[in-house]
Design a protein around this ligand. Sequence first.
Ligand code: DQA
Length: 147
Amino acid sequence: MQILVLHGPNLNLLGSREPEVYGSQTLAQIDADLAEIAAEAGVALESFQSNHEGALIDRIQAARQDGCRFIIINPAAYTHTSVAIRDALAAVALPFVEVHLSNIHKREAFRQHSYLSPLAEGVICGLGAQGYRLALSYALDKLRRPA
Ligand code: DQA
């Protein structure tokens, strides 16, 4: 598995959760779309969603051993609270892109700080589900380039 896509809490409810903010696509549709693009490129991609901070941290730690070369993460609300997820990403030292469906900068003040962004290669927000596709396109491009 070369690309790991991580989704944080409440993203399992996409489709029915505040569709005016997060869009109408379900998480299964987003993941299927990403899996198809990666498969066409001949790259193994795995998606993982959890509502639990520790489960996300365990999955990030496992990425160190399972051949993962790039992480795409929407940490959801943990973006704004989780030093522990930031530390896990720093520990595995894998490149990652942070994705948010909504534009967190035009929302409540508490959403405008991310513990992860300073470590991210880039941050995509406000472009809905397309943000994941753009992040994947970047990751595929990066994997194709010699190190
Ligand atoms: C989110 C933005 C976060 O502030 C929020 O807590 C989420 C989703 C987004 O994708 O726009 O759950 O990460």
